[in-house]
Design a protein around this ligand. Structure first.
Ligand SMILES: NC(=O)c1ccc[n+]([C@@H]2O[C@H](COP(=O)([O-])OP(=O)(O)OC[C@H]3O[C@@H](n4cnc5c(N)ncnc54)[C@H](O)[C@@H]3O)[C@@H](O)[C@H]2O)c1
Length: 312
């Protein structure tokens, strides 16, 4: 290769061989507290197991008090069976659609985790309703949007406010300043993963679910907005948008409808891979997005993990 065709950034900048640590990303989360909303849900359960296995403490937020107790017990059993050490799980009953409560809960989390301010978020709280648009009661639609969309904003706002309040302001006043000349706090290792849905990109069929679809489209664009606004602080915000997953949420839709089996058949016939996803198939995407070394240049990204659904 001649000098003219060599990509400058691909050339070694220093003599010598880099160590493996310089090249291979780490997915360990030791010393972190990951906030998992919807912490007693089906998808969250598997994601929580992976987070514990990577050494993270967990702060589980959910509307369901019994669900939280059950999830905590199951996860503690998982920790014991797999001989995982130095991880702690706290539970926080919380309506994610209530900004004041979310703020109160987030500010209390460090008190239960040796003062560690949570810098990692996996936001799964949300629900779906199958109601035709013409029949949608405004209060029902508003409630869903409050939880799915506004809740996504509230949890990100509360975590960021707490992180910024604890961050030391940088001494040097450089290009990274506000117009007034105030130096901005610079955070590292802060990564928020919002669970969107392929329903934020396509319209599912045959079931009508206008409020859910618009809420998830909102989550995806909100994620992009936050990624742009907060990259100045070093905060990365991304989404994972799943296709149909075999969890309590979808099982309820399938079993709650007389055409349940036919509905499932209809769904999978529209997936190029011909099946629904298992919750564990989202672990890799989550760990990638949470890892500072793996995804340090990834923000504002919506990772669609759907077996190819949106391609057809
Ligand atoms: N299951 C799927 O096929 C699928 C597909 C695409 C996206 N998703 C999304 O993945 C996420 C998790 O879904 P899941 O299948 O695990 O569902 P799930 O019902 O098992 O879990 C959702 C959790 O959110 C909690 N929750 C609901 N409202 C809440 C509120 N106001 N405050 C706090 N917690 C609340 C529920 O109690 C539940 O534990 C959801 O955001 C869902 O929209 C699911």
């Amino acid at each position: 290769m001649t000098n003219e065709t060599t990509v400058p950034s691909a050339e070694p900048s220093m003599p010598g061989v880099p160590s493996l640590r310089d090249i291979l990303p780490s997915f360990r989360l030791d010393g972190h507290v990951t906030v998992v909303t919807g912490g007693s849900g089906g998808l969250a359960h598997t994601l929580c197991q992976a987070l514990l296995a990577q050494g993270s403490d967990l702060a589980l937020l959910d509307l369901s008090v019994e669900g939280l107790e059950f999830a905590k017990k199951e996860l503690e059993n998982f920790v014991a069976v797999n001989k995982i050490s130095n991880v702690k799980i706290s539970t926080w009953p919380c309506d994610i659609g209530d900004a004041a409560i979310v703020d109160e809960v987030v500010r209390a989390i460090p008190l239960k985790h040796e003062g560690i301010v949570p810098a990692k978020l996996v936001h799964t709280a949300g629900y779906c309703q199958n109601i035709p648009a013409l029949d949608y009661d405004p209060r029902q639609a508003e409630s869903l949007v409050r939880v799915n969309l506004m809740g996504s904003l509230y949890i990100c706002q509360s975590m960021t406010k707490l992180l910024l309040s604890k961050a030391r302001r940088r001494r040097s006043v450089s290009a990274e300043t506000r117009e007034a000349g105030e130096a901005l706090p610079q955070l590292t290792h802060v990564s928020y993963v919002l669970i969107g849905s392929m329903s934020g990109c396509i319209v599912n069929t045959p079931q009508p679910q206008v409020a859910y679809n618009m809420s998830k489209a909102g989550v995806i664009h909100m994620m992009r907005s936050l990624a742009c606004e907060w990259s100045r602080y070093g905060i990365r915000v991304n989404a994972i948008s799943p296709g149909y997953i075999a969890t309590a949420l979808t099982k309820k839709v399938i079993s709650g409808s007389p055409e349940g089996a036919a509905l499932q058949q209809e769904w999978t016939s529209r997936v190029p891979m011909g099946r629904m996803a298992e919750p564990r198939e989202f672990v890799g995407a989550m760990l990638y997005l949470l890892s500072e070394s793996a995804s340090s240049y990834t923000t504002g990204e919506n990772m669609v993990v759907d077996g190819g659904y949106v391609c057809w």
